[in-house]
Design a protein around this ligand. Structure first.
Ligand code: BTN
Length: 325
């Protein structure tokens, strides 16, 4: 009930952007008293919205919060699994750590931890993930699929497809996937995905999927060392991107693909993944812990393993590596 009223209020402000809306108009629209409207306005202020109130004119939104509130994400969310529970944090060490704790505490499948800033954001291969405040999407999703451990990497590829689809839908940009899970726009990285497991023997307790997306950073927000290789959606699009709306679309795409995967297996996901893949058919170098392999990228197999054919015709299976194009 509360959230329905809030949705009506926010929808009205969206429709009449920049205009004053009177307390009476809002009360009629929301089907509640003017005092109740005032309380909702106060709630919005507490969430970081800046609102102007003028006698005889009413209220108007001057500025939306820089952070993304859980309410903003819940409003209009069309999923039934992903994001039903949202733990929003202003600042955390790493959303992965919070999600791991919640995973152990039997959090529901689909629970998401989102932070406006990460102090100790984790990347693949023990790297750090730069996660400044107000600009990106830093979140971890808890899934509890009943699949063998060996199939868990498929979920990383599935997530990369879901994020790619959401970026296309919300921004019109054309992301490409670099195996296994980097999303690039115009050749620079906009998204990284880190999948971690909680398991006993061969039974998965939970899969924690960490998603980091550079959304609204300006070039100067990136450390100098990253500027040649990383970019943000906003830099590439030339305008600010609504983070709450992008998160909602990611939840929806992720849920659709995950349910499809549970029902039919990895094959349709593999085809989608390949349609976004940057490297298939090209000569690439895989930098693995045991050495470098250069050759033609043939594609991925059903386990999400990358196949590279070297100049002698030997096909190598790559399980973990950094790829150089
Ligand atoms: C990569 O190295 O490409 C993976 C980066 C994953 C970053 C995300 S941000 C949200 C989640 N929390 C973390 O600490 N890491 C992941």
């Amino acid at each position: 009930m509360q959230s329905t009223l809030r949705k009506k209020l926010l929808d009205a402000f969206t429709e009449h952007e920049g205009e004053f809306l009177s307390g009476q108009y809002l009360a009629d629209l929301m089907g509640c008293s003017r005092t109740a409207v005032w309380k909702h306005i106060e709630d919005l202020r507490n969430e970081g919205f800046e609102l102007e109130a003028v006698r005889r004119k009413g209220y108007r939104i001057i500025q939306k919060p820089e952070h993304v509130s859980a309410n903003e994400i819940r409003l209009g969310l069309k999923t039934s699994l992903i994001g039903q529970q949202i733990h929003y944090k202003e600042s955390v060490d790493s959303t992965q750590k919070v999600a791991h704790r919640l995973g152990m505490e039997n959090a529901l499948e689909g629970t998401v931890v989102i932070a406006d800033e990460q102090i100790g954001g984790k990347g693949r291969m023990d790297r750090r993930w730069h996660s400044p405040k107000h600009t990106g999407i830093w979140m971890s999703v808890i899934l509890r699929p009943q699949i063998p451990l060996s199939m868990a990497p498929q979920l990383t590829l599935l997530t990369a497809v879901a994020v790619a689809q959401a970026i296309v839908e919300n921004t019109g940009l054309e992301p490409q996937i670099k195996w296994p899970n980097d999303l690039l726009v115009n050749g620079k990285k906009v998204t990284g995905i880190l999948t971690e497991l909680q398991a006993e023997a061969d039974r998965i307790n939970s899969v924690i999927i960490g998603i980091g997306i550079n959304v609204n950073q300006a070039v100067t927000d990136f450390p100098e060392g990253l500027r040649a290789v990383a970019t943000s959606l906003s830099i590439e699009k030339g305008e600010l991107i609504n983070r709450a709306s992008l998160i909602q679309t990611i939840f929806l795409k992720l849920e659709k693909l995950y349910l499809l995967y549970l029902e039919t297996g990895f094959h349709p996901i593999k085809l989608l993944w390949e349609s976004y893949a940057i490297s298939i058919g090209k000569t690439i170098t895989a930098r693995t812990l045991t050495g470098n392999i250069t050759g033609k990228a043939l594609g991925i197999n059903d386990d999400g393993v990358l196949k590279i054919e070297d100049k002698n015709g030997v096909v190598h299976s790559i399980y973990s590596a950094d790829i150089e194009l």
